[in-house]
Design a protein around this ligand. Sequence first.
Ligand SMILES: [Zn+2]
Length: 301
Amino acid sequence: MDTQKIVQNALAAGYVVPAFNIPHLPMMEPITRAVADEKSIGMIQVARLEWEKFEAESLEKVAELYGKYKKPGYTLLHLDHVPVVDEDHLEVDYLSIIRRALKAGYQSVMVDGSRLPLEGNIAATKAAAEIAHAAGVPIEAELGAVMGHETSQQSIPYEEIFAGKMGFTKVDEAVRFVKESGCDWLSVAVGSVHGAIADNLLDKKKPAAKLDIQRIAELRSALGIPLVLHGGSGIVESYITAGIKAGIAKINVGTELRQPYERALRETGSVEAAQESVYTRCRELIRDFLHTAGNAEILNK
Ligand SMILES: [Zn+2]
């Protein structure tokens, strides 16, 4: 399976490739099973903060488990957010994490320099892109501020952020960014919100988010590369459908599966029961929300 081709095919065919996060290792088995049972393409991904602040352990551990449960023809392994500067404002040795991921067999990687000014983000992304491309692997980058991880931004009401397009990816900056950094896919800030990482917010329902469809369409026509939507949980369905049509070719889903897992585990004490609730919810999302059931054959062509 050629990851770059699959995402390109999704963009051309008007589909999205869902990418499911693994904050808890037992989520691997039910998610890969759900993806294959729906005959969808689906990425399995882990972000640095999921092995630092949740229970994913390490990128190597996730890759090892993926090797055990992967479904050839349906699943792909992606490295989500490797921040250059993290959510606690600390510098990260991001290039060595990306090198480790490539060695462990990740089929695509993400570098997140979005906390840096434009110049710094370009330079950091370019350095990561060179390493990924030398290994024949596509790289995702982020431009703009997808709200959520930083607690400081959570005090601003969502409607205010959306109305003011606060932190949204600007088209002219994006054109320069993609050209100079060499990234293959771009995570854009167009209204979605990252899942909470603060303890008191972990269980809360996310705010119903909207998307700036016009901005997505403008970015797509100016850039011509697949756009990625982070914070896919909690977006109103009609916006998802329109966003995919406008140019979103990969969508990250974290909270929608993490919460059922944690809730079932808390209520029943059984990992198996928690896995089954992830399986059921994942199939629902693929079938009824993202509408990617059955697309594996088309996207693999
Ligand atoms: Zn993200």
